[in-house]
Design a protein around this ligand. Structure first.
Ligand SMILES: *[C@@H]1O[C@H](CO)[C@@H](O)[C@H](O)[C@H]1NC(C)=O
Ligand SMILES: *[C@@H]1O[C@H](CO)[C@@H](O)[C@H](O)[C@H]1NC(C)=O
Length: 491
């Protein structure tokens, strides 16, 4: 084999994401070798490569031929299930890799697994990248958002390819070197946590409009379409509009109404909330979206609870029923509540990224994170450009809420936001995401909180001491003794 016949890059793991990403690479003019232990996966990919324009893609049925078909230093992308399958694939392939070659894991991997693999690979002189890939099947094929972290040298070797295959937006391709170690996986994890929040907030907007406002699916399709032309413009708002338009092919109504109300999950949302707790970062909107998924899973229990509480006399006339509301006003209010809630959710995600970056010395550029999420990924949205600008204005911004532009927007929307949350609470419609965002806002913006009382309690029962607002130092008080003496004075 001479170098003219060698591929630029290899990809192992030809399930949906792998297949589409390989075709994307080939279509951008980079000859690619692909491999999967299951030969039919290789054959499927070869057929697609031919059908989609004789793309320069070569299939291999054994790991040795696959690795030897790639030009050195080799870059091999893995798209296999996170966890043990990644370790197995690395073991299989690394037998044929040579020092200077690189492995790029494109799965939703736990960042610490990537950090362990970086160390293991280093012992063999192999470079390693953990690369978050977002955009689903469509994104992988036509331009995902890419979050590569780990070996900078490995990144430099494939940068020209990643720049071409990533989604393209007005200020460049949606890829950047994220940072060392597991930074790429961590950023992808937080991206997914934010995605959980966005989806929860949209479902709450739907619930309020449908259950309180009595809007039909047809009206909802129109409203989400309309919203997608303004400040809420985003992939998730756009697809939501489409969902409301689809009829049930095996029945008479709309498909959305026939879908069981139980949400699945794969773990990145849970990891985000766990990491937030580990780092003492408040992420209540993201946590609320995770809790909502857990509660949604208790379908049978919820059906029982609904019956038991109805029998116990919960007010069926006022709770969960359609109100006489001004529909136009409600739609406008919900739009604003959704936007303001989203800002709080992104603020939480960004602050989690910053805290982790400081812990790990990743030096994350938050504005760049917002920029590479502008295209390709599931949370892509017009509003991310505003977030990027906020961090461009001030890299040390403590919280998105206090960026002067966002601050103004929050204040403009708070009336509508409070009306929506109030109406939902009165109607017995849970809006945990919107409520959590509003509580986050109301807590963060208040210079004085009732935490003084909690601190006094801690000092009373545990002598945990407290600080004073007027004198520096820590203090302890014999609360019970002093209180008794005072009661004595009253007797
Ligand atoms: C190949 O395909 C199978 C499923 O068909 C999958 O389980 C496996 O992880 C894939 N990847 C590799 C590298 O063989
Ligand atoms: C729901 O209630 C029924 C009847 O009381 C009971 O048999 C069933 O176990 C309950 N299901 C759950 C999930 O609690």
């Amino acid at each position: 084999m001479n170098s003219a016949t060698l591929s630029c890059i290899g990809l192992a793991g030809l399930a949906v994401m792998g297949q589409n990403l390989a075709l994307n690479v080939a279509e951008k003019g980079f000859p690619i070798s692909v491999y999967n232990r299951t030969t039919s996966k290789v054959d499927d990919t070869l057929v697609r490569a031919k059908d989609e324009g004789n793309l320069p893609l070569t299939g291999y049925y054994n790991p040795k031929d696959f690795i030897l078909s790639i030009q050195r230093p080799r870059s091999v992308v893995l798209l296999v299930k996170a966890g043990a399958p990644v370790d197995q694939t690395i073991a299989t392939l690394s037998e044929y890799l040579e020092p200077g070659d690189a492995i790029i894991d494109g799965g939703n991997e736990w960042y610490e697994n990537t950090e362990r693999r970086i160390r293991d690979a280093e012992n063999q002189g192999i470079l390693y990248l953990g690369m978050g890939v977002s955009g689903g099947e469509e994104g992988a094929r036509n331009g995902p958002s890419l979050m590569p972290g780990g070996s900078h040298e490995a990144y430099k070797n494939v940068e020209h390819i990643l720049m071409k295959i990533a989604a393209q937006v007005n200020d460049g391709p949606c890829v950047t070197y994220i940072g060392a170690g597991g930074a790429g996986n961590f950023v992808k994890m937080v991206h997914n946590g934010i995605e959980y929040g966005d989806m929860q907030l949209i479902s709450e907007a739907y619930d309020v409009l449908k259950t309180v406002g009595g809007l039909s699916n047809e009206e909802l399709a129109g409203i989400f379409h309309e919203w997608n032309r303004g400040e809420l413009e985003s992939f998730l708002i756009e697809i939501t509009s489409d969902i409301f338009k689809v009829k049930d092919e095996s029945g008479s109504g709309d498909l959305v109404d026939m879908i069981l109300d139980k949400t699945g999950m794969k773990g990145t949302g849970k990891w985000t909330v766990q990491q937030a707790a580990e780092l003492s970062i408040a992420a209540p909107t993201i946590a609320a979206s995770l809790d909502s998924r857990y509660l949604s899973g208790l379908k049978a229990e919820r059906e029982n609870a609904s019956r038991v509480l109805q029998e116990a006399g919960i007010d069926g006339d006022n709770l969960g029923s359609i109100r006489t509301v001004d529909k136009k006003q409600l739609v406008d209010d919900v739009r604003q509540a959704l936007y303001a809630s989203k800002i709080c959710s992104y603020a939480q995600g960004m602050n989690l990224l910053r805290a982790k970056s400081m812990e790990k010395s990743w030096n994350l550029n938050l504005g760049e994170m917002a920029r590479i999420w502008k295209g390709g990924c599931i949370i892509r949205a017009r509003f991310l450009d505003r977030i990027k600008q906020a961090y461009d204005r001030n890299v040390n911004l403590a919280n998105l809420i206090v960026d002067p532009e966002f601050a103004k927007e929050m204040v403009q929307r708070q009336g509508a936001w409070r009306r929506v949350v109030g109406l939902a609470i009165e109607s017995g419609i849970s809006t945990p995401g919107m409520c959590s965002s509003l509580a986050y806002f109301d807590t963060y913006r208040r210079a004085r909180l009732p935490a003084n009382l909690v601190q006094a309690q801690r000092d009373l029962f545990g002598a945990h001491t407290y600080e004073r607002v007027d004198i520096p130092g820590s203090f302890h008080t014999e609360w019970t003794k002093l209180a008794k003496a005072r009661s004595g004075a009253f007797n």
